[in-house]
Design a protein around this ligand. Structure first.
Ligand code: MSP
Length: 514
């Protein structure tokens, strides 16, 4: 048995200061789609998500709710776990940064940074934004119009003066630039990569990596008047979950270097600058790639509690269906670009892409088999040019789609699949199998066979994107559960079976306004 290729994919861990919203759902859905794709494509996948539970922001929110940080984080973290379930995510682990395994891992990496000589004690004075959990230089700030200052995100900054450990980030500037040059695919998309390079070329200051003015965090080894900076703690989750601190198994060795971190554009700097610097300093390999996706606005507006336009993913799924929401988010904008969410756009995708294009194709073909072939999969006669062409196109799809998914180009992948779906629909129109029933029964069977084969392959490929619906289509084609991975895309005749197909039921209903 050859060794399977390993694939490690992570979402950011979500802050528990707030309830889950569309932005969180988006990252998890994208990662889940990639994880499912890679598994079906024969890789051994580890897919991680979880919650980021320390830091001042979370401590403040707990206080506002009148709860202890532990009670508060237990409650809100559960809400994120519920979202993971609601999204049908196939994650292999759900990490919480308050877990003992993670405290151990964070302290372990800290000690490695100390051993390298990259940590020193000094005192910090400067501006800190609790919303971003980040420090800002004076020249990055703008006035809030009331005598105070704001970070670029709009978060209020406060002046902080306290003893602090520092990480010698300045020492890693050249090594980081070398890394970006030697491993051009480390940061994607390209435009974001250029932003990161410009930032690092601008010069790196040493980074304050501990706090003393509040308590909710991982104690610094050897000096527990300090807690670790929440981003150092948070980033380490990617190591914790695959066994960095226990070393008992070989999961860490197996997965670490294949890591793909999917993050929002707002947190790219932490992942593409600080994180590789921490890792290199700790003597650890760096991940394979960091991909930054864009942000969703809602009907043209920034999503925010104060605007009252925060999209609740639980409600959205209850109204429109999980696969419908997954498809929309993955298809509507190129992964990496910003997008605008609107109910109108969602309904259009549901009705035109899922219902009219894909749903109709499946429904037409299954109904014709049901009524014209007594519900049994037809046996093909000899192929004509158009049959061969359609089968060839659908046969070429895996390679095409794979190359998009490997680049995280998820909407491109769907567009490639849709080209085939549209092609198959016009093949149906041209061949008009319903007319062949009375004139050429064998030709009708051949056409219906070619179409069911096309649908089988499309449905297999669509499983990562719309798992439940694709599963229902494969059920209706009598495709056995163990014959649904991508190895079964190579074989043209695996649907040949005399077992009767179940009575067809629609998989993608139109969304009707009520
Ligand atoms: N806790 C940190 C991540 C630590 S990873 C070691 C964090 N958490 S977060 O909950 O604030 O954000 C999590 C993710 O949600 C980020 O990738 C962010 O980009 C994403 N989104 C938040 N709002 C979003 C939109 N409006 N649209 C798309 N994604 C957005 O940052």
């Amino acid at each position: 048995m050859p060794n399977l290729e390993n694939y490690y994919i992570t979402t950011p861990i979500y802050y528990v200061n707030d309830v889950p919203h569309l932005g969180h759902a988006y990252t998890t859905i994208a990662c889940d789609t990639i994880a499912r794709f890679m598994r079906l494509d024969g890789k051994e996948v580890f897919f991680l998500t979880g919650t980021d539970e320390h830091g001042q922001k979370v401590e403040k929110s707990a206080l506002e709710f009148g709860e202890s940080p532990q009670v508060f984080t237990d409650r809100v973290s559960q809400r994120f776990r519920d979202l993971t379930d609601k999204l049908g995510a196939s994650n292999d682990d759900f990490i919480r940064t308050t877990e003992p395994r993670h405290i151990l891992a964070s302290q372990k990496i800290w000690k490695s940074l100390v051993d390298t000589g990259d940590i020193y004690l000094d005192s910090y004075s400067g501006w800190y934004s609790v919303r971003d959990e980040a420090y800002f230089a004076e020249n990055e700030l703008k006035s809030d119009g009331a005598g105070g200052y704001l970070a670029p995100s709009g978060g209020k900054v406060e002046w902080v003066e306290e003893p602090s450990y520092f990480f010698r980030l300045s020492r890693w500037q050249d090594k980081l630039l070398k890394l970006y040059a030697e491993q051009p695919s480390f940061i994607s998309p390209k435009s974001r990569r250029n932003e990161v390079i410009r930032f690092v070329e601008g010069g790196l200051q040493d980074l304050s990596v501990s706090r003393t003015s509040f308590k909710w965090g991982v104690p610094v080894p050897g000096n527990n008047t300090h807690i670790m900076y929440v981003w150092l703690d948070a980033l380490t989750n990617y190591l914790t979950a695959i066994g960095y601190s226990d070393q008992s198994g070989n999961t860490f060795q197996k997965f670490w270097t294949s890591a793909l971190h999917i993050v929002g554009k707002d947190i790219l700097r932490f992942h593409a600058v600080y994180w590789p610097a921490f890792l290199m300093s700790a003597g650890l390999p760096i991940p394979k790639r960091v991909f930054a996706h864009g942000w969703w606005t809602v009907e043209g507006e920034k999503m925010s509690k104060s605007s009252g336009n925060v999209v609740d993913p639980f409600q959205l799924i209850d109204t429109f269906g999980l696969d419908q929401v997954r498809y929309f988010l993955l298809r509507e904008v190129p992964f990496g670009s910003d997008g605008d969410f609107s109910i109108t756009a969602l309904k259009t995708r549901i009705n035109s892409d899922l219902s009219n294009d894909f749903g109709n194709l499946v429904q037409r073909v299954l109904s014709m088999i049901n009524s014209n072939c007594d519900g049994a999969m037809p046996t093909p006669g000899s192929y004509e040019k158009e049959d061969v062409e359609l089968l060839r196109n659908v046969g070429a799809l895996l390679n095409d789609v794979r190359s998009s998914v490997e680049e995280q180009a998820l909407s491109d992948a769907l567009e490639k699949i849709w080209q085939i779906i549209r092609g198959a629909n016009s093949y149906v129109d041209r061949q008009a199998p319903w007319k062949l029933k009375s004139t050429d029964q064998k030709r009708m069977e051949t056409v219906l066979f070619v179409l069911s084969e096309t649908i089988r392959k499309i449905a297999i490929l669509m499983q990562p994107f719309v798992p439940t619906s694709a599963g229902k289509i494969l059920d209706q084609l009598n495709v056995p559960k163990d014959s649904r991975n991508f190895a079964f895309l190579a074989d043209d005749h695996s649907v040949e079976s005399k077992a009767l197909l179940p009575k067809p039921v629609g998989v993608f209903p139109r969304h009707l306004d009520t």
